[in-house]
Design a protein. Structure first.
Length: 104
């Protein structure tokens, strides 16, 4: 398994709006296409206005296939148009499990 960690730094005061748009407009579609949503978090201390979500995939190919389907989804495209002005910075990382990781 590989884990994709997507991190978004949002403009101050926009966290609730971002989360509401995600939850109410795209969450179900997002999870149904991408599959294994391991978690969806926001920061309370440290660097604020940050959202982090994690997805597990069987392989890079599985991730690429699912992301390509999502990118063509009309609801997802509409969602992106609504949240792009709220995002200051995006970061995407692929995490590989160690041999002793509980999540493989």
């Amino acid at each position: 398994m590989i884990i994709e960690m997507r991190t978004y730094l949002l403009k101050p005061t926009t966290l609730k709006r971002f989360l509401d748009i995600y939850n109410n407009e795209i969450r179900e579609t997002h999870v149904s296409i991408l599959g294994n949503q391991i978690g969806f978090f926001y920061t309370e201390f440290g660097e604020l206005n940050k959202v982090v979500h994690l997805y597990g995939y069987d392989s890079y190919e599985d991730r690429d296939k699912r992301r390509a389907i999502l990118a063509k989804n009309k609801d997802f495209i509409s969602y992106l148009a609504k949240v792009e002005s709220l995002i200051v910075h995006m970061k995407n990382e692929i995490l590989l499990p160690t041999e002793f990781s509980k999540i493989k």
